[in-house]
Design a protein around this ligand. Structure first.
Ligand code: HEM
Ligand SMILES: *[C@@H]1O[C@H](CO)[C@@H](O)[C@H](O)[C@H]1NC(C)=O
Ligand SMILES: *[C@@H]1O[C@H](CO)[C@@H](O)[C@H](O)[C@H]1NC(C)=O
Length: 324
């Protein structure tokens, strides 16, 4: 038994090592060029988080939207009407000021060394940790991209799309069903506008009734929060039970018909994704059950290696919102 465990742990370490070598990233990339890099990002995220704990969700989502368009290269941070940031799926993104703040401090400390793409990957990790979630070592060495175009955001999933479509978009980034469900577990923190799900609450079926997959008690709760003709920009927690705590209640909610976005609830309507949700929600007990706080870091390391630029590719931006 002990030997089997040891072998599988060694195996896992090899897999992670090979994966990070393949991506060209490495743990502690700045350990000699800017030894305080990770500590500066950490303290910056901490100071913003202490004023507004919901900023953690903003940073985590920012990393996802960065990686799905042009790879994890900080392209989402570029401002301007031409840039990704101005495209519809990105209008609600927040946390840019945290990245800019950390960058300004790092430019004073070690000019031209630490990429915006790495600052974002580190900030997303710290955000999860501060929200009582797991922590992990972030492989670093990403370079910043020089392209950001508002017309290139169709690779981002929409909450109205089917699981088949979500699956396809994740697969295009080398991410499987397991990664998909695990990563969407990020919705255990954060909020959404009424606008993104209100259509489920009223006349969803065109026969006048709501989306039948919504739990009845939850339906009246959501209707009270988002009246049919009320303010569409009102914010509602994606995980009704604990919106600032990184835990497994999101999966329990999906199981119980309390997913807020249509894409969240559909994870329960598709067999392969459902069994993963069930697992995280605690349905399967004992050693064989996957643990969300163990799987999430692995999935994040995988996502944050998508199409990264390393070596001589790209640049190290001086200001995260502007190409040099
Ligand atoms: C199936 C794919 C996904 C869809 C369709 C989706 C969709 C959405 C939508 C519509 C919102 C609300 C935005 C708003 O109202 O401003 C949201 C919020 C959020 N998403 Fe996702 N998402 C997906 C996957 C992910 C992944 C993979 C992550 C991170 C690893 C993530 C992290 C978040 C977070 C943290 C929030 C809250 C943001 C905040 O409070 O500002 N999502 N998502
Ligand atoms: C629901 O939508 C359908 C089709 O758009 C419409 O004909 C019907 O009158 C609506 N019903 C209610 C109760 O709003
Ligand atoms: C609806 O929510 C209630 C209360 O939270 C829960 O006990 C019940 O199992 C849920 N119903 C379904 C069909 O999941």
């Amino acid at each position: 038994m002990g030997a089997v465990w040891l072998i599988s742990i060694v195996n896992l370490m090899m897999v992670l090592l090979v994966r990070s070598l393949e991506s060209g990233l490495q743990n502690g990339f700045y350990s000699s060029s800017c030894p305080k890099a990770e500590a500066v990002v950490r303290s910056t995220v901490e100071s913003h988080f202490s004023k507004d704990p919901t900023i953690a969700a903003g940073l985590l989502r920012l990393q996802f939207h960065d990686c799905f368009v042009q790879g994890c290269d900080g392209s989402v941070l570029i401002s301007g009407s031409f840039a990704e940031r101005s495209a519809l799926p990105n209008l609600g993104l927040r946390g840019f000021e945290v990245i800019d703040d950390a960058k300004a401090q790092l430019e004073a400390l070690c000019p031209g060394v630490v990429s915006c793409a790495d600052i974002l990957a580190l900030a997303a990790r710290d955000a999860v940790d501060l929200s009582d979630g797991p922590s992990w070592t972030v492989p670093t060495g990403r370079r910043d991209g020089r392209v950001s175009s508002s017309s290139q955001t169709s690779s981002l999933p929409s909450p109205l799309e089917s699981i088949a479509a979500q699956r396809q978009k994740f697969a295009a980034k080398g991410l499987n069903d397991h990664d998909l469900v695990t990563l969407v577990g990020a919705h255990t923190i954060g909020q959404t506008d009424c606008l993104f799900f209100r259509y489920r609450l009223y006349n969803f079926t065109t026969t006048g009734s709501a989306d039948p997959t919504i739990n009845q008690t939850f339906l009246s709760q959501l209707q009270a929060l988002c009246p049919q003709n009320g303010d569409g920009s009102k914010r509602v927690a994606l995980d009704i039970d604990s919106q600032t705590k990184f835990d497994v209640s999101y999966f329990k909610n999906v199981r119980d018909g309390k997913g807020v976005l249509e894409s969240d609830q559909r994870l329960w309507g598709d067999d392969p994704t459902r069994s993963i949700v069930e697992n995280y929600a605690g349905h399967i007990k004992g050693l064989l059950g996957l643990r969300f706080d163990f799987e999430f870091p692995k999935a994040m390391i995988k996502m944050s290696s998508v199409e990264v630029k390393t070596g001589l590719e790209g640049e190290i931006r001086k200001i995260c919102s502007k190409i040099n």
